[in-house]
Design a protein around this ligand. Structure first.
Ligand SMILES: Cc1cc2nc3c(=O)[nH]c(=O)nc-3n(C[C@H](O)[C@H](O)[C@H](O)COP(=O)(O)OP(=O)(O)OC[C@H]3O[C@@H](n4cnc5c(N)ncnc54)[C@H](O)[C@@H]3O)c2cc1C
Length: 384
């Protein structure tokens, strides 16, 4: 009997964006799926998240779009501002012919994916940690058991045990930069009224503040700094220090909460995205810095594409090779572009201002930046 005619089973490590996407898409193709999440609950850290057209399309394909976008913020532009609060670049979004972009709470995205997964009969086991996998299709768990499957997915994040058990790492690079993320209530006076609904990235020296409305009530703030900027990466954030760097944002800085977490930006590249019956997905396979807001977007795309590739395939290892061949070039283009954009953090203020003013005033360059880097088609098919 061909594999196509048997009920097939997938074991997935990690209930993050990548693991849940693959789980839903496989279940929708008739597979039985179990997801193992190391944490005791399905909560996520990370405040808010940007989702561009490519990710929104995947949410639509999964049947998760309507729930995920309830209460989402839909900004009119993305601004990049210099140390004098002068706009260096304005990217229009969400208008006719523009790229689509929404921001939501991470919790909303994960809760939605969990709900849709359960509706599709995906079994999700919490407090169940993976320690490795075998190319023959076994997921090895910390409790000593081995779970046999037609397909094993390592979507267990940047420190993936599944990946490392198969010796797949090509390199892992620390980029010397990172961010503290926090969620605070939105309030009048943080920014001028005309800026309230915009997404704004403010630069001063090597520090950046990313201002992101993430719902009607929630503001997602990311404080970004170099990994050796010991004072700036402290949590709770040092309000005096951030006010000195961003005096025009004093009102906002004064309202910073004490919570938050500093995460380093890293790049992960693998020799192969899998071995035998095991696929590595999401940050485990291709972590990237968040300058394009596409790490999650790529996990969504590649999770759906993975299910599509193996869905009705006779030969799973061969289908995984084809999946990697198809998806890897675009993912690595995105990774490489994001990495290059990070160089700007270390430029002197004046040079950064001049360069961004030139690129920001050119509609052609703007369009290229948007379409290639964020692989965003003009998305007239979204009513967000
Ligand atoms: C500051 C910052 C901002 C970002 N902003 C954006 C953005 O705006 N838009 C965007 O698209 N992307 C963004 N990203 C990237 C995005 O967060 C990641 O690419 C995305 O979360 C990757 O999803 P994942 O499922 O691969 O991994 P993860 O989200 O890391 O999920 C992995 C899951 O596996 C679990 N796990 C770990 N180890 C094990 C184990 N051994 N066994 C079982 N389970 C395990 C973890 O608990 C977790 O639930 C940002 C990243 C950072 C750092």
């Amino acid at each position: 009997m061909s594999e196509q005619n048997k009920a097939r089973h997938a074991e997935i490590a990690g209930a993050g964006i990548g693991g849940l996407t693959a789980a839903i898409a496989l279940a929708q193709r008739g597979w039985s799926v179990t997801v193992h999440e190391r944490a005791p609950n399905l909560r996520t850290f990370g405040a808010g998240i940007y989702i561009w057209s490519n990710g929104l399309r995947v949410l639509k394909a999964l049947g998760a779009y309507d729930q995920a976008t309830v209460g989402a913020h839909i900004g009119p532009q993305f601004h990049t501002r210099d140390h004098n609060d002068t706009t260096m670049e304005e990217i229009p979004i969400n208008g006719p012919g523009d790229a689509r972009l929404i921001t939501i709470l991470r919790e909303t995205l994960i809760n939605t994916l969990v709900d849709v997964a359960r509706k599709n009969n995906v079994e999700i086991r919490t407090s169940s940690a993976a320690i490795g996998a075998t190319p023959e299709g076994e997921l090895l768990l910390a409790d000593g058991s081995a779970r046999k499957a037609d397909l094993v997915v390592g979507a267990d994040g940047i420190n993936s045990n599944v990946r490392d058990s198969l010796d797949l790492m090509l390199y892992r690079k620390h980029l010397g930069y990172g961010a503290i993320r926090m969620l605070i209530p939105r309030a009048e006076g943080d920014v001028p009224p005309e800026d309230e609904n915009r997404y704004i990235e403010y630069f001063t020296g090597t520090r950046r503040i990313l201002y992101t409305p993430a719902s009607e009530r929630d503001l997602y703030v990311a404080l970004c700094c170099a990994a050796d900027d010991a004072e700036a990466l402290k949590v709770p954030a040092d309000r005096d220090l951030w006010t000195q760097s961003f005096p025009h944002l004093a009102h906002l800085v004064a309202r910073f909460g004490d919570a938050g977490r500093w995460d380093a930006f890293e790049v992960v590249k693998l020799k192969r995205w899998g071995k035998g019956r095991v696929a590595i997905l999401g940050d485990a396979a291709h972590a990237m810095p968040p300058y394009l807001g596409q790490g999650g977007g790529c996990a969504l795309m590649n999770g759906l594409a993975l299910a599509d590739a193996v869905g009705a395939a006779d030969d799973i290892p061969q289908a995984l090779e084809r999946w990697e061949e198809r998806e890897r070039p675009l993912t690595e283009h995105t990774q490489d572009t994001a990495e290059r954009l990070g160089d700007m953090n270390f430029w002197p203020d004046d040079i950064r201002s001049q360069v961004l003013k030139i690129t920001g005033q050119s509609p052609e360059i703007g369009a290229i930046r948007m379409r290639t880097a964020r692989h965003v088609p003009t998305a007239a098919d979204f009513d967000v």
